[in-house]
Ligand binder design. Sequence first.
Ligand SMILES: Nc1ncnc2c1ncn2[C@@H]1O[C@H](COP(=O)(O)OP(=O)(O)OP(=O)(O)O)[C@@H](O)[C@H]1O
Ligand SMILES: [Mg+2]
Length: 376
Amino acid sequence: MENFLSNIVGDIFSKKEGSVLGIDIGSSSIKIVQLSRKNGHAVLETYGELALGPYAGKSIGEATNLPQEKIIEAIADMLSEKEVKITTNVCGVAIPFASSLMAVIEMPVMPQKQLESMIPIEARKYIPVPISEVALDWYIIPKDKNPDTEQIPNPNEKTTPQKLEVLIVALHNDTLIRYKDIVTKNSLNVSFFEIEIFSTMRSILEQEITPVLIVDMGATSTKLYIVERGILRSSHMINRGSQNITDELSKSLGISITDAENLKREKGLLGEVNGIKIKDVVTLTLSYIFSESNRVILAYQKKYDKNVSKVVLVGGGSALKGVVDVAKSSFQTEVVAGDPFAKVVAPAFLEKVLHETGPEFAVAMGVALRRLQELD
Ligand SMILES: Nc1ncnc2c1ncn2[C@@H]1O[C@H](COP(=O)(O)OP(=O)(O)OP(=O)(O)O)[C@@H](O)[C@H]1O
Ligand SMILES: [Mg+2]
């Protein structure tokens, strides 16, 4: 079984030394993080980002759908980038959520052996291609052991048969073949492919007990994950991302996509152009993303009767200046900017800039942290 589903937030404080890479091939850019371990700490050695837009004749920040050779070429460029100075080929690689199929299914309680043969049969109902064409992984969601929320059975009530909730994750074989080809052609020593959600969870979460919504704002899409006690409970994709904000800016101000992208990155929501407030021009995208996120929160609260206690923003789109404040006014819960570099020690001169500008590295960081654990 391919081990692309990982809920384990393990111990990163072990002794073995060596450098590892976490690689995230996003639609708009590739991100790489190189970590090592010193004195029991995960240490940031280097990191870098390479925009893919130019490989598709597009602007920086724009999403691409590149042919395989171009991705291989871009990774090769990234690995040999002089300023980034990558010094190892030991790595893990993230696979986009969009390339996976995920569902939470219900199964009757039965012995483990029987589950192993029944789950793939049940999973067929949720997977639109023949089961032989996918790699399937699954995880039994543990029952809620919190005494505050656990239901006390009423002896007078008819007991309904116990059900297990099982998270199933499928990846098409072709996807795995493509990714294996990318790493082989770049002579990378890869030990796992992991769906990006699990990577983000590892770098961003801090063992929260109550449900958390992670909002990954990418270029053309925004991904939403609800995680409870370190376990993924629900996942959604919204077809809007930061590139829509660039488009809105470009149209309403009559400027090129490149200029709009620069303006967005430089001034964010706080700027003004010819008396027009940027914040007013780009409200459509943001309010759509946040209202869809609220719908996901409400659906979860209704289904499980539990409040989502925190919203964490990650992804390049969350680097937009002023976006956290807009989010704060859109959610009835705490909102924070995720900090993928929080779990690593970084050179002092980088500390400040990292904590302000790194939300797009959440996936690459999570992959690198897992690869580091594997050195044990
Ligand atoms: N400082 C910034 N301010 C505002 N927007 C930014 C900033 N930096 C990056 N972005 C935007 O973030 C988007 C890219 O985010 P990210 O790198 O997380 O996406 P991706 O991983 O390539 O996409 P996906 O995960 O959807 O495949 C781009 O649209 C870019 O314009
Ligand atoms: Mg991404």
